[in-house]
Design a protein around this ligand. Structure first.
Ligand SMILES: [Zn+2]
Ligand SMILES: [Zn+2]
Length: 113
C-alpha cells in the first residue's frame, strides 16, 4: 500500500488517494493532533514514559499546513504554520487516519460500538 496522490481539498482538509484504489479525506486538525513525532506522541525511554504537555490547540498556525514532502518512499513529512515539522507519517499511519465513511465505520466496529 502506497500513497498515490495527496491534495488539499479545503483549507481544513486533505484528500488522499491510495494505490489500492482507496481514497478519503483527513482533516488537518486530526493530522496534526496525531503527529507521530516523539514530542507530540511521547516516548518511552528506559521504561519511563515521557508524556508531553497537552497540546495547546490555540497556537497560531497549528492547523495550517505549510508543506508536505515525501520521505524515502514510505512516509510523508508535513510542516505546519507554527513551525513544527518533526512528524514522519508512514503510509500505515496516514491510512489509519483516513476519514472516509468506510474507514470510520470499520474503526467504530473495532471499538465495539
Ligand atoms: Zn509532532
Ligand atoms: Zn478510508
Amino acid at each position: 500500500m502506497r500513497l498515490k496522490q495527496l491534495k488539499q481539498n479545503t483549507s481544513t482538509e486533505l484528500q488522499l488517494s491510495w494505490d489500492d484504489g482507496h481514497s478519503g479525506p483527513i482533516s488537518l486538525q486530526n493530522l496534526r493532533d496525531f503527529c507521530p513525532c516523539a514530542g507530540c506522541k511521547g516516548e518511552t525511554v528506559l521504561f519511563r514514559t515521557y508524556v508531553p504537555p497537552s497540546p495547546t490547540t490555540n497556537t497560531p498556525g497549528r492547523y495550517e499546513l505549510k508543506g508536505a514532502d515525501p520521505v524515502g518512499g514510505y512516509a510523508m513529512k508535513f510542516s505546519w504554520g507554527d513551525g513544527h515539522d518533526l512528524g514522519i507519517y508512514t503510509w500505515e499511519h496516514l491510512r489509519s487516519l483516513c476519514e472516509c465513511k468506510e474507514c470510520l465505520k470499520n474503526r467504530s466496529n473495532a471499538l465495539g460500538q
